[in-house]
Structures are given as structure tokens and as C-alpha cells.
Design a protein. Structure first.
Length: 378
């Protein structure tokens, strides 16, 4: 039952990019949020977002923001490779956290962050926004209640235009830390592993290709592989984020099939049901490009701006988190431990593809850069 006397929330938003703005606008409308502070290193962006969300305090130093006595919770929405320090700073203060995935881009840092969160006991959740979409919630319920019997095989296929990939590779000095599985495949992976949460993965076998993005930015085009579970069940996953920029999916087109001993469930999440064709350049998506004139509407994972507000799963996810803090409600957010597991699995996909052989699970930080030998699974 929700608390009869909801708690007030003093919110720190660290990182004022797209997601920081989206979540900040939702928080600004929540009745229990009475303070919003913003930390952003780019002065122009900080000023723009602060004005849109009515920020009470703005700084370029996240440590200064976290030290404010009004702050009771924090959203970590910096670039992926900059999560670790603000997370640890917030954990030190005992703040509740909503962290954009991943916890970190490397397993060693992710392990360190997870240990700190677990030792402190703070309530930390991670932004796997797909969990707040009706179709995945319905699918989860059917699997959870045994409507398919024992799940034996899952397949997922994700297609993305290359704008996401190019933007991510552009923002890093180390392309080896960026891959389609780690950055984007993790969303499909989380949905599937959430469905199969009672099963333990024990081995992975994968391959990658780099013929398109390799020459452009030393990047990986696509990865495909199979996870084997302890009970013999299989999960086949493939993702390509090297499709041409004119591919109509603003970001994600996903297909999932789940087969069990008693039934089958297929989910078409390709967004081909609403197709826009226009002479006007389309501004939706992760990294808009003027060449895009055809769009699968609804394929931008956070949702869409309509009538001046964000509508869709990121709004619902943010509101659910704020209600979790204010009223103690149970939510379906991914935990920090689940987020670390997803990073580990995506790194294992990349490791297997690099070694060109099967890899036992789980892998640890010392395995991540392996070029030959690999320790036995724990």
C-alpha cells in the first residue's frame, strides 16, 4: 500500500542532455518534487535546460550539487562513460538513484559501482525504459504466469539506423568500449532476461562484423550470438546498428519470439504500423539528420513530444520512480545488480566474437580484454 504521507523529493539531475531534459520536465510536474538542481558542464545547455525545467540551482560541478542539503535523490544522465564518479558521489551521500544504463562502460568500474551501492544499501535503479511499455509488460505477465509452459527458445532481432552508432563513436576516445551490444543491444537483452529471470546463463557464442562502420570509425556493425542456459534453453540475439541513416526507424526496430513447452508468443516492435513520408526533414530520434524524410513513428524509445510534453515510456518510468521515492511503491525498474548482469552479458557477446569461440559465463573484469586465454566460469 502507498504511504498516506508521501515524502518530499529534492532532486539532483547530473547531465543535461536529451534524457536529463526529458526526466527533468517530468519531475518538474510531480507534486512531491519541491527542489530541482542541475549539474551540466556546458553553460549554454545548462541554461537552456534549467529554464525548461525551472531548476532551483545550477552548477557545472556535480559535487557541489550533491552537497546541497535539499537533495534527497539523484538522476545520473551524463554520457555513458562518465557515470562512475557521480554515482559514487551520490552513494556516499546515501541518495536514492535513477541511473541511465549502463552503470559503467567497463566491467571493473561496474563491479566497483555495484559493490558501493550494495554496501551502502541505497535504493538504486537503472533506466531500462522498455520495461514500462505495455507490450513488454503483457508479455512478461504471460511468461511469469506460465502461459507458455517452460520457455525453451527466445529470439530477438534489433535493427537500427547508424545515427546512434556514429554519435556514440564520435563521443568516445576509445572505440573498443563502444559496441552495438553494449550500447543498444542491451535493451533487447534486458527484456529477454527479465522474461527468463529464473534461468541461469552458462555459455555464450557470438560473431561480429565491421564492414560498414569499421572504415568510418573503427566500429562494429552487428553482432549475433546464442546464450545457452543451465537447463538447456537457448536465446538467439542479433543486432545491427549500421543500417543507412535513411532507414525509417528513428532508433529501434525489434522483433522477439518466445517459445515454450505449452505455447508461443511473438512480439512485433518494428513500429511499421505508423509510417510518415514527407518532404520535410524529420527531427525525431537519437541524432536527427536532414536526410531522413520517412519515419516509423513511435520508434524513439523514450517516447514522443506531443502537445508540449513527453508522452511514452520514459515519462511513465520517471513518474513511477518518483512515486517509488515518495510513496514507497514497488516498481518494475531494473536493479543495479540486473544492470551489471546485462553489461556482463553484452561484454561476453563481444568477447566471444573477438576470441571466435564459445565463452563460459559469467565473465569478470579480468576477462573483458582477453585475447587468448580465459578463466573458467565461476
Amino acid at each position: 500500500m502507498p504511504k498516506k504521507n508521501p515524502k518530499r523529493i529534492g532532486l539532483a539531475i547530473i547531465g543535461a542532455g536529451r534524457v536529463g531534459l526529458f526526466r527533468g520536465e517530468v519531475a518538474a510536474r510531480h507534486p512531491q518534487v519541491d527542489f530541482i538542481g542541475l549539474a551540466e558542464t556546458r553553460p549554454d545547455r545548462a541554461g537552456l535546460v534549467a529554464g525548461k525545467i525551472g531548476a532551483d540551482f545550477v552548477t557545472a560541478d556535480f559535487r557541489e550539487l550533491l552537497a546541497r542539503p535539499e537533495v534527497t535523490a539523484a538522476i545520473i544522465s551524463t554520457d555513458e562513460h562518465l557515470h562512475v564518479d557521480p554515482i559514487l558521489g551520490a552513494v556516499e551521500r546515501g541518495l536514492s538513484l535513477l541511473i541511465e544504463k549502463p552503470l559503467a562502460t567497463g566491467l571493473a568500474d561496474s563491479e566497483r559501482v555495484l559493490r558501493a551501492i550494495q554496501k551502502s544499501g541505497v535504493d538504486a535503479v537503472v533506466g531500462y525504459t522498455q520495461r514500462f511499455r505495455r507490450r513488454w509488460l503483457v508479455a512478461k505477465e504471460k511468461v511469469r504466469t506460465g502461459q507458455l509452459g517452460d520457455v525453451t527458445l527466445v529470439t530477438s532481432r534489433a535493427f537500427m539506423n547508424r545515427l546512434v552508432a556514429l554519435d556514440n563513436y564520435r563521443r568516445t576516445d576509445d572505440p573498443s568500449q563502444i559496441s552495438p551490444m553494449v550500447i543498444s543491444g542491451t535493451h533487447a537483452l534486458d527484456v529477454v532476461m527479465w522474461m527468463m529471470e529464473a534461468k541461469r546463463p552458462v555459455e555464450i557464442y557470438a560473431r561480429s562484423v565491421d564492414k560498414a562502420l569499421g572504415p568510418l570509425c573503427k566500429g562494429i556493425d552487428a553482432t549475433a550470438g546464442v546464450i545457452t542456459f543451465e537447463d538447456g534453453s537457448l536465446y538467439h540475439a542479433s543486432i545491427s546498428w549500421a543500417l543507412p541513416i535513411v532507414w525509417p526507424g528513428a532508433v529501434y526496430s525489434l522483433e522477439v519470439g518466445i517459445v515454450g513447452t505449452e505455447g508461443v508468443l511473438t512480439i512485433d516492435d518494428t513500429h511499421r504500423d505508423i509510417v510518415l513520408a514527407t518532404t520535410q526533414a524529420q527531427g525525431e530520434g537519437y541524432a536527427p539528420d536532414a536526410a531522413r524524410r520517412v519515419d516509423f513513428l513511435g520508434s524513439y524509445p523514450p517516447g514522443d513530444i506531443a502537445l508540449g510534453e513527453l508522452r511514452g515510456p520514459m515519462r511513465e518510468e520517471t513518474e513511477a520512480w518518483l512515486n517509488r521515492l515518495a510513496m514507497g511503491l514497488t516498481t518494475q525498474h531494473a536493479t543495479a545488480a540486473e544492470a551489471h548482469n546485462r553489461l556482463m552479458l553484452t561484454k561476453a557477446f563481444d568477447l566471444s566474437a573477438r576470441l571466435r569461440r564459445a565463452v563460459p559465463l559469467p565473465i569478470a573484469a579480468e576477462d573483458e580484454k582477453a585475447r587468448g586465454g580465459l578463466r573458467a566460469a565461476g
